[in-house]
Design a protein around this ligand. Structure first.
Ligand SMILES: Nc1ncnc2c1ncn2[C@@H]1O[C@H](COP(=O)(O)OP(=O)(O)O)[C@@H](O)[C@H]1O
Ligand SMILES: [Mg+2]
Length: 276
């Protein structure tokens, strides 16, 4: 079995051997086990298990407010800053629980990069934006920084458009270029996982297509998890799709299965546009 999913509700009815097998983290890049999240008294994630395989694109879909962003932001501990945030359960990255006390969160975020909904370049030059992560790491070797910046801009498919204007303000770029710049900024510190929270929802169709092509290329080297409210996008670019509803993982399977032959009625209702 390539992916595993158990809903908290179903656990009682599953025999223990099977649970053991399903909860095995073998081969998982990110292994999530019985994770629950609260904001104050409100339970936003109600006990989710999921194994995310390396070098795949996993899409999170579901109606607004169902916990997609909350769940995604667990993987680089971005929720830690939120007042009233509390979590239970385990999230292992390459086998290590990232919620252990000893974890260095800065190191974790080098490993797990994030791209947000609205492109958010710094009000600095194109070059400085991409070099930023390296500089805050204390790297001073100019040749090394130049090489990394060029490599990241090439990976983000932006190099040809900006190579003669690296000193220009990032804010002068178009929205689509800014988002590719933010991807380059993330890639420059060489993460192995990239989280994207609705990265194209503020972009026009052509810029969106560019980012989608890029995601497809990047999965060769990275593990990508993307929240999208665009179901065509999920079906175009992802290998696996997770459907969330009211803080629960309703179904997680190969994208093709989710969109052609989902197991659960709720999933079918959602992907056929009957609610959400
Ligand atoms: N910082 C927060 N404080 C309190 N509640 C929050 C916070 N962020 C999200 N929530 C609540 O948690 C639930 C899940 O939100 P979110 O993860 O943003 O959903 P989605 O990304 O699927 O739209 C929603 O009910 C939302 O109102
Ligand atoms: Mg969200």
């Amino acid at each position: 079995m390539e992916i595993t999913m158990t809903k908290v509700k179903d656990k009682k009815s599953i025999d223990l051997d099977k649970v053991e097998q399903q909860s095995s983290t073998d081969g998982a890049k990110i292994a999530i086990k019985d994770v629950k999240v609260w904001y104050g008294d409100f339970m936003a994630i109600k006990g989710i298990d999921m194994n995310i395989k390396p070098n795949t694109v996993t899409a999170f879909i579901g109606p607004s407010g169902c916990g997609k962003s909350t769940f995604l932001r667990l993987f680089n501990r971005m929720n830690d800053y939120v007042d009233g945030f509390k979590m239970e359960g385990k999230i292992k990255l390459n086998g290590t629980n990232i919620y252990k006390k000893k974890v260095n969160v800065e190191e974790l975020r080098k490993e797990v990069g994030m791209v947000f909904q609205k492109p958010n370049p710094f009000p600095k030059s194109i070059f400085e934006n991409v070099a930023y992560g390296l500089k805050i790491q204390g790297i001073k070797d100019k040749k090394f920084i130049n090489e990394r910046v060029e490599k990241a801009l090439k990976q983000a498919d932006l190099w040809d458009e900006v190579k003669d204007n690296l000193k220009k303000s990032a804010l002068a770029l178009s929205g689509g270029q800014q988002q590719r710049l933010c991807i380059a900024r993330t890639l420059a510190v060489e993460p192995s996982i990239i989280l994207m929270d609705e990265p194209t929802s503020a972009l026009d169709p052509i810029s969106t297509a560019k980012i989608e092509d890029l995601i497809f290329e990047l999965k060769e080297k990275y593990t990508i998890v993307i929240v999208t409210h665009n179901m065509q996008q999920a079906s175009r670019i992802s290998d696996y799709t997770a459907f969330f509803y009211l803080g629960e993982l309703i179904e997680f399977d190969k994208t093709k299965t989710i969109f052609t032959n989902p197991e659960k009625q709720q999933t079918e209702n959602y992907i056929t546009g009957r609610f959400g």
